[in-house]
Write a protein that binds this ligand. Structure first.
Ligand SMILES: Cc1cc2nc3c(=O)[nH]c(=O)nc-3n(C[C@H](O)[C@H](O)[C@H](O)COP(=O)(O)O)c2cc1C
Length: 320
């Protein structure tokens, strides 16, 4: 997710739940082909994010994919070669982004307006790389009329698995995601199909899974990265672990901040972490004042001091 799933956050999620499949932020195939420095920084990942093999049977676990957007097949082929060199586990194509900046240049979900040409692009890309190529799409651009044929088309073009957000581009995030359509398309395809849209707890993941091969979680992971551990437990029939209390959440962000500082430098790390702070202190007494100070934080030391204060205030409140 653009602006959120950078490497430090993904590493933290990997630590929470090793079986999570992680995907990069949105990466421009064209910029990767050009070797843009900013883009090359965005595709950095840590060894721990990659797929591991565990147990006697060496079963694959987790994995990391780089998510590409674009509309030029040569750019996709060139970008795929870079992704392969970097050692990611798979390439994920974006056919879902509704953002005007992306769609107005014919990328993201705009490609759903012409599924035949998107399928040709996929075919060329798949033929050029040894990595699995997955896709994430919406039900359609204006309507879901061509949804089934588009999915069949993408499967024939060589997509290894398909993740579907159960809304059209026009719907953006309004209403509820239509999972019925995703269950229907699963019956028509041989490849794994992953459902997406409005999963906000382990219970809802289990409830929505139906005949699908997995669920994809977006917004809820920003507020609760422990949701992946909770889902794994729920899918295994185990007791669902509680979402951690504030002290563990603060420890998570301390470590997240350290990893982000290592990768981006202190100043940028603090700026990028600000968006996480509003929900971090939700429910803590004095939240507004902590939030006010947190969004101005410039150093790890300042962050740590405020976190210590939050911790003390929570303990004092619970002692009373
Ligand atoms: C801040 C933000 C950034 C997102 N970035 C991407 C992205 O880069 N690629 C993508 O396929 N979807 C992206 N999405 C959409 C989500 O992956 C997901 O399809 C959508 O939020 C619905 O799922 P949810 O209800 O679990 O959030 C983004 C969503 C949000 C809120």
């Amino acid at each position: 997710m653009a602006g959120y799933t950078e490497s430090p956050f993904r590493r933290m999620v990997r630590e929470i739940e090793p079986s999570t499949i992680l995907v990069s932020e949105l990466i421009s195939a064209e910029a990767l082909r050009r070797g843009s420095e900013k883009t090359l920084r965005m595709v950095q990942f840590h060894e721990s994010e990659k797929m591991t093999f565990f147990g006697k049977n060496k079963a694959p676990r987790g994995g990391f994919g780089i998510q590409l957007f674009g509309s030029d097949s040569d750019a996709f082929v060139a970008a795929a070669a870079v992704v392969e060199d970097l050692g990611a586990d798979f390439i994920d194509l974006n056919f879902g982004c509704p953002s005007p900046k992306i769609v107005n240049s014919g990328n993201g979900s705009a490609l759903l307006k012409n599924p035949d040409s998107a399928a040709k692009m996929i075919e060329k890309l798949v033929a050029s790389t040894s990595l699995p190529v997955t896709a994430k799409m919406r039900l359609g651009f204006f309507s879901d009329d061509n949804f089934f044929s588009t999915c069949k088309n993408f499967e024939s073009a060589g997509i290894s698995s398909l993740a579907v957000h159960g809304r059209t581009t026009q719907q953006k995030f309004s209403g509820r995601a239509n999972w019925e359509k995703i269950y229907e398309v699963k019956k028509l395809l041989k490849i794994p199909v992953i459902g997406n849209g409005d999963v906000d707890s382990a219970e809802s993941a289990v409830e929505k899974l139906g005949n699908l091969d997995g669920v994809m979680i977006g917004r809820a992971a920003i507020y609760n990265p422990w949701i992946f551990r909770q889902c794994r437990a729920a899918f295994s029939g185990e007791k669902i672990p509680e979402t951690p209390e504030i002290s563990e959440r603060l420890d998570f962000f301390r470590k997240h901040a350290e990893l982000a500082t290592e990768q981006k430098g202190e100043k940028w790390a603090m700026i990028e972490l600000r968006k996480h702070f509003a929900h971090l202190v939700r429910g803590v007494s004095g939240a507004a004042s902590f939030r006010d100070r947190l969004i101005r934080v410039e150093t790890l030391e300042q962050l740590s001091e405020i976190f210590d204060e939050i911790s003390r205030s929570v303990h004092t409140a619970s002692d009373v």
